[in-house]
Design a protein around this ligand. Sequence first.
Ligand SMILES: Cc1cc2nc3c(=O)[nH]c(=O)nc-3n(C[C@H](O)[C@H](O)[C@H](O)COP(=O)(O)O)c2cc1C
Length: 318
Amino acid sequence: MFEYTISKPLMLAPMAELSHRALRELVEFFGGGDLYFTEMINAGTLLAGGPFEAFYTDGGPCPDRVVYQLVGARPEQLAAAAALLDRRENAGIDLNMGCAAPAIVRAGAGVRWMDSIDRAGELIRLVRREVKSRLSVKLRIGARDDPEYLIRFCRRLESEGVDLITLHPRTAREKFRRRPRWEYVGLLREALGIPVAGNGDIRSAEEILRRAAGPCDAVMIGRLAVRCPWIFARFRGGEAPAEKPRPAILEETALRFLELLARYQPPEFHLSRARRFFAYFCDNFRFGTYLKTRLGRERDLAGMAAVISAYVRENPDG
Ligand SMILES: Cc1cc2nc3c(=O)[nH]c(=O)nc-3n(C[C@H](O)[C@H](O)[C@H](O)COP(=O)(O)O)c2cc1C
């Protein structure tokens, strides 16, 4: 059993195609995170009643600990979508001001909100009127490495009524390159009166401990939680496997995830979401790259399950 406890909230990051009900079910099976951000939900599509919106907005199995993240470029759409989600049980509504994916940036959404303090401030004013729950923003440093601008930007968000900011301290252009500047999380925390969460490149339980001991109010974990869905349990008294779990446990976890995916996601999403999950989870195996390639050739979840079981049979050491 892990000896340490962390009193600060541990949060699952919003990740497209990953932070959905099946992953939350898996994390909860081991012992649970404190808050779960959903993958980004497109405000326009949600309002138009797209065919898959029920899956994006499924807050199970613990809706009281789910924060719905919205993405969009149009203030009135974001405000209306936030109002819609705020009517459900939730732990908050989050606005995505950090996504640097080309399609999102081209649309004027995600990190593009960070280009103008006034535009972002007016958005928050509009959304704040619609949201009774906790309103948060997840962002990057911005277009340039300019901590003074970042502080001015966040002070404006705070003055318009944002309750929590999560910083992934990289610039828009850096995507996942370069190390995240965690010292900016501390800078922001000093400059603001609201809580500031830190996120970025946490790769082990020890690193969670180290980051939580530093100047931040909460720790957000993304890819590590996909590779090791038991990671939160290590700090919350759950049944956490060791850092290097036995292959039988890895197999069991992978098969459980596939079952959850089949139960909680529409067939149209099964393959892409399973591949996304295994892109990280397979790093637990010695021949993870080979296994990812094999899984990539499968055309349904049953085929993927068979590939995993065969791999573990053929590689008893993992
Ligand atoms: C596959 C993938 C999808 C992501 N989708 C989102 C998203 O929908 N909204 C968001 O704010 N950030 C998104 N992110 C960024 C993560 O929330 C997080 O900031 C980033 O992965 C760094 O944290 P990590 O090093 O713990 O993974 C995504 C990241 C990945 C890897």
